[in-house]
Write a new protein. Sequence first.
Length: 425
Amino acid sequence: MPESHTSSSEPIEVTVESLGGLGDGIANHNGKPLFIAKSCDGDRLKVCIVHESKEALQGRIVEVMEGGPHRQVAPCAYFDQCGGCSLQQLAEEHYRNFKTRMMHESLSRAGFPMPDAQVTFIAPRSRRRVEFKIHPIGDKVVMAFYGLRSHVPVVIKECLVLKPELDALISPLNKALSVMPFAPYLYAVSLTSADSGIEMVLTLKSYDISRLPDLAELCKKLGLARISVRTPDSRPMVVVQLSPVEMQLGNYLISLPPEAFLQATAEGQTLLTDLVMSATKNAASVIDLFCGIGTYSFPLSGVTKTHAVEGETVMARVIRKSVQRHGITTLTSEQRDLFKKPMTAKELAKFDAVILNPPRVGAKAQTEQLAESSVSTVVMISCNPATFTRDAKILREAGFMLESVQGIDQFLWSQHLEIAAVFRC
């Protein structure tokens, strides 16, 4: 909301009329839409207005006077304070309808209405990556999430989204980290559950990493495979590794560098890989753009010639080393910033199919080159319905047809949604 400012109004009473595109309830106040986080259509609420602009208002719930017909008691005890989840107030069917509608609206805006398209919903306790911020309490520190759209720390003892092995680390980690000599300098702790074990990355602010104590005992005590350390402006450095940190990608075990990108859930990755393999089964050659550590490149290389392109140095190096290690002759790779230097239409001409899996900002420049190319198959995987709409519209205007689409809700109880679509021309 442009030209916004904070308001300190007395609570007002409103009724939520609908859900917005990000899951906020929308009421009307003095002729302006009032967006209310963690509300549900039909709710009667007391609300404080916390931000105001010329176009809209933003409110915070003070009291739920009467819940709407689709409101439920949130399953998490921390929901009212924590910003990690924003949609637990929606009853299950309503939540699923909301996510499905989100996908349908994205497709329609791109010019590909597909009212029968379905979303696959991933179960709770499946997220395999998490980052906690560090919050001081007295002479100790604890791991915390932030409140919704704020930097207010919310200290938790469990998280219903996380895989059980990550959730089980919260209490012992809090105890162990508080007594470490570097505890006052801790900024964040991230955990990743790889196929072969768990990695922890510690982010330290203004600390001489050469003064770190031996963390091997901590690594062993917590059952971790590896501990890495970084400062806010540096890359992670492995300080202890008791066992390999690897991912099974197709027929190959691939070493996972610290903080490398992974799909949020193993179940989501499997669904996406199956879709990629099915959509390209008749392709003699495939190029995988924004390929990460080769999540799709390595499985594809088992059945067709594949070229993997990644801009991030560490992940591009992983692919090169893994190709050499396993002696793979059907997989080539290159490091390239696809935002600054997208693959041109001419370069793309030698491939039968393209996998496009960009970050949340999408891949406008690369999609424009795809639209000009002779490529006949594009598999687009997007975690942002808004940029998916923009990029898919570019393909439609170039003559591509939408053959199939799959929504995957691996960002449980949030406004995010993965969309994987197969386009043919």
